[in-house]
Ligand binder design. Sequence first.
Ligand code: GAP
Length: 474
Amino acid sequence: MFSRCFSVLAIACQKEYYIRTLGVFMEEKAKKQKTNEPVSPLMERLVSLAKRRGFIYAGSEIYGGLGGTWDYGPLGVELKNNIKKEWWKRFVSYRRDMYGIDSSILMNSKVWEASGHLKNFVDPMVDCKKCKGRFRADKIDVSSGCPTCGAKDFTEARPFNMMFKTHAGPVEDSGAEVYLRPETAQGMFVNFKNVIDSFHPKLPFGIAQIGKAFRNEITPGNFIFRTREFEQMEIEYFIKPGGWESQFDYWLGEMRKWTEFLGIAKGVSEREVSAEDRAHYSKRTIDIDFEFPFGKEELYGLAYRTDFDLKNHIEKSGIDLVYYNEETKKKLVPHVIEPTFGVDRTMLAVLLNSFAEEEVKEGEIRAVLKFPARLAPVKVAVFPLVSNKENILAKAEEVHGRLKESIDSVRWDDIGNIGKRYRRQDEIGTPWCVTVDYQTLEDGTVTVRDRDTMKQERIAAGELAGYFHKKLSQ
Ligand code: GAP
């Protein structure tokens, strides 16, 4: 969680391998090789595949990149959208106690005063006096020297506010200062009364949103793990004061189930965050860590935010952000349990977890992304066995056209031989490939090849949509 205080300077954390842009990635790799430190081959190959196959590109790459920014390519955006779509279905659409919103990134600066971010949203920063490199004091081992030049001459640690500041309107005076939101959560708190007035929900209920957040991280790195612009999927779950523990446990359980759905549960562990490391608003936090190649790091967080936010907004705005309890005929300020999920870290965990290189025949390796089918950017690829036979092409086009109507993201592929097409689809994680061949013309069946088992079976073309729907609902 954020808001690390000065005292953590003393804590020697594990080495972090920062990848700012692809350029910096290669530079650091060269540096590590010189010092014989191991680079993470898995991460390196994943970064390369992600770029080659159109998942993730370095931000502003043609200008040498911009630290802490990455762009999602055609397949990356599909994967990301599928993650968000599944999250929204599970935590918002399928629940009767959840209200989804989409609030502005720019908010009145008083929001950040009330939330405590102007004062507390700080990381401890040190500068290397020799090379002028800047580091997060809690993320480097200061006693081992500067990670860039090795010098052991640092400035004192000082707090650095991570909010990006800009100005609303043409006049850049202090009255026009606004901040890019560092968390989506405050959108839920400032709309608490609006949601109550529109829907009159009964406690407990939640407000959720998915959206961009911005943090001027001192040391972004590790590919899309720590960036300056990222997306969050957050829930503020409002409960009666008292008895928060059972709600906290319930949400921990829901978060575990989500990691199971993503297929990453095996790499996940839970960590109680100590009082000095907890964010300023939290009375209890459990971080859900994932075993990344660069170490065990925070994937998600679950916090008991008490009534901290609503109370402060009541005080600063003068608006009565209370809940009227029909049973007791009394007003109360609800408390809040907050499950928070980073979209980009989910992407990274899913990509790492799905990535495999397997020997299919002697000397022949296939790279494959074994995404859960519902997350796969392409669900089904349709191939005509040969592309110079009119009747096969026409039949394949008919199969492709019909499937497209009922299954999301069906692709056409007729380039190269079937083996090459399978390898290409494996690399982008397509769960099923359908081939229309000579037998199709005789008996109306096609081959369906499974990405993970590589087994093929014959299915009647007319039954394909039902077959895939069943698989996708498993
Ligand atoms: N509203 C609570 C909150 O923002 P947080 O632990 O600071 O808590 C929530 O952030 C989640 O956002 C993290 O668990 C992580 O998944 C993601 N996140 C935070 N900082 C990030 C960064 N610089 N780059 C990518 N994801 C980040």
